[in-house]
Design a binder for this molecule. Structure first.
Ligand code: SAH
Length: 344
């Protein structure tokens, strides 16, 4: 068991405080403070000094440091590069939507999935994030920006379902009424398609939104750009999506990064339509963000519009994602990548 107090649920903290001979209300006070994003026990002003000292000695509070902070002059998007306790860096993005401030968090340092278009995976997987390291990204983004966070997307660096248990615990923590109390309905989790984990997630029957990074209508195209497709081909993936939909009644979202000449032809859109029957699918078309190391290019506006029209005419809702923070390297892994290169 992780010995960071911030990784503990309130019932676990209550049990620990009981063992320490402390009353339950103290555990609640500490839980509330930790989930406000304090950096030291000294800030817990309603706690006796002796307890603060004991806790500080036994359970040091870890908090990430800001290495870079970039704010978009266009849309107010703020991107953070954090340094974690062990020196590794991850990114978090705060996006301001009309429905609320949304934080996009990383779930791993690097990524093992190897998608051809993604900057996060270039150096491979370094390690998985602990639950409190995911929580910290939300807490300290809120503290630093002074903007209240109401929505979370697990779409930063890493594959959330490759870090399943820690992600589940993070969701429990961030959803707790005594903590940030962020509704599961305001949380989206995106996966490249780890089928056994999609089934495991379905069993939890969470109210979160599940997004699938599809990026291709068939195995031929997916195999070229997403190695995960060799383990879980598109039919297997979409069958899991169907099971998920049946188990949770939650509408699925599919992400589709539009790549010039790779997956953006009319026939690709037609084929995609055929795949979506009975899935309650919603498609998010994302013009590819160009990654320096990659030869892949974004589709033209016209190609994106044509693709969208074919899907819409076929009865599948398709939206083109508004790109935020284009002036601040705001997509997946770009800032960490740049920083790592500078350090070398
Ligand atoms: N590993 C998870 C979540 C992280 S990525 C997943 O694969 O879903 C969040 C989304 O951004 C995914 O749909 C991913 O495929 C997409 N993405 C990654 N690099 C991109 C790029 N250069 N341009 C557009 N979308 C990208």
């Amino acid at each position: 068991m992780n010995e960071h107090l911030k990784a503990k649920t309130l019932p676990e903290l209550l049990a620990l405080f009981k063992e320490m001979g402390q009353p339950g209300f103290r555990a609640k006070q500490v839980y509330t403070w930790l989930h406000k994003g304090v950096r030291s026990y000294e800030e817990m002003t309603n706690l006796p000094k002796s307890l603060r000292d004991t806790l500080a000695e036994r359970y040091p509070i870890q908090a990430p440091e800001v290495v870079r902070r970039q704010e978009s002059a266009r849309d107010g998007t703020i991107k953070y590069l954090w340094r974690l306790a062990d020196g590794n860096c991850v990114e978090t993005v705060l996006m301001r939507y009309h429905y609320g401030n949304t934080v996009c968090i990383s779930t791993e340092v690097g990524c093992a999935m190897g998608c051809a278009f993604c900057a996060s995976t270039i150096g491979g997987l370094v390690r998985r994030l602990e639950p409190q390291e995911m929580l910290d990204q939300v807490l300290f983004t809120q503290v630093d920006s002074g903007l209240p966070v109401s929505h979370i997307v697990l779409m930063g660096i890493g594959e959330p379902l490759d870090n399943f248990d820690n992600v589940m615990r993070f969701l429990e923590l961030v959803n707790s009424p005594e903590g940030m109390n962020i509704s599961m309905r305001h949380i989206s989790l995106s996966t490249c398609g780890l089928v056994p984990k999609i089934d495991e997630l379905a069993k939890r029957k969470l109210q979160i939104s599940l997004a699938i990074s599809l990026h291709g209508p068939n195995d031929e195209i997916r195999n070229k750009i997403m190695p995960v497709n060799r383990a879980y081909p598109i039919d297997v993936l979409l069958a899991a999506c169907r099971r998920y939909y049946e188990a949770t009644s939650r509408r699925l979202h599919f992400e589709y990064a539009m790549i010039d000449g790779v997956n953006d032809r009319e026939q690709d859109a037609q084929e995609l339509l055929g795949r979506f029957k009975g899935l309650g699918a919603h498609v998010n078309l994302i013009p590819l963000n160009h990654v320096e190391e990659s030869p892949l290019k974004p589709s033209s506006r016209a190609a994106v519009a044509r693709f969208q029209k074919i899907l819409e005419d076929g009865g599948v809702t398709a939206t083109v994602r508004r790109t935020l923070g284009g002036d601040i390297d705001a997509s997946c892994g770009q800032l960490r990548r740049k920083y790592t290169k500078e350090q070398q």
